[in-house]
Ligand binder design. Structure first.
Ligand code: ZN
Length: 246
């Protein structure tokens, strides 16, 4: 049943929600990270002071190893939502992530927007990725983040059927296109502190890879992760998303 830790639990579609969907609210329900209209997702619990660093679109042979060094230097564990086909190409790197104590999750096989994918494709994207990650890491995968946050009820049901909790986020900036690590850090810090004023933990997204370009520069994202750890380590607790249930 519903986990009391989850933000914005929706026990069903209200009349207003149905009217909103009919009027074009589908885009909101399918893409907006905080929407619960298409099913329950894990975002961040009412635990101000807890921070989950999550990294999407890896593993990436250029940036993930650098990120692992930065995380190790701060003795912080993070959550990595891995693209299945990249994991298949870099199994040793996946094992290194797991061996360092980080949590890995499913971020689909090829990073399509699953809000618009046929049911068979959704199933294949999720199943193939979980099987690949489980073969490499030797443990079940319990968390799934939809690419672009794109979803509809079938996507969330497929994830649950495969034993995964769908995870969205509440702190993101366009780190993938921002050349300044300082600006990434400042924007995320502003969001983290806004969430804290609302009594919430922060579920922070950064990218250690790219679904479009393996050679994309993720230096600012990795550096921003280091800056956030340095800034908050004394006053906050860094957790992996499994600390928040599912
Ligand atoms: Zn992604």
């Amino acid at each position: 049943m519903y986990d009391p830790l989850v933000v914005g639990v929706s026990a069903g579609l209200s009349a207003a929600a149905v009217a909103g969907l009919a009027a074009g609210g589908c885009a909101y329900a399918a893409m907006w990270p905080a929407s619960q209209l298409f099913g329950r997702t894990l975002i961040a619990p009412a635990r101000p002071g807890e921070l989950a660093l999550t990294f999407d679109d890896g593993p990436n042979p250029a940036w993930t190893p650098r990120l692992l060094e930065v995380l190790a230097s701060h003795d912080v564990r993070a959550t990595f939502f891995l693209v299945g086909r990249y994991a298949q190409a870099e199994p040793a790197l996946v094992r290194r992530i797991v061996a360092a104590g980080h949590l890995i999750g499913n971020h689909s096989w090829s990073h399509p927007n699953l809000a618009f994918a046929a049911a068979g494709r959704v199933e294949e994207e999720l199943t193939r990725t979980s099987q690949t990650l489980e073969q490499i890491a030797g443990a079940p995968v319990g968390y799934f983040r939809p690419p672009f946050g794109g979803r509809r009820p079938e996507v969330l049901r497929a994830a649950r059927r495969l034993g995964m909790a769908p995870v969205l986020w509440n702190a993101m900036t366009s780190d993938w296109s921002e050349p300044s690590a300082d600006r990434v850090t400042e924007k995320l810090a502003a969001t983290i502190e806004r969430m804290e004023r609302r009594g919430r933990a922060a579920n922070i997204v950064l990218h250690d890879g790219s679904h479009l370009d393996m050679a994309a520069n993720r230096g600012p994202s990795v550096a921003a992760a280091g800056q956030l750890m340095a800034r908050y380590q004394g006053s906050h607790r860094f957790v992996t998303v499994d600390a928040w249930g599912g």
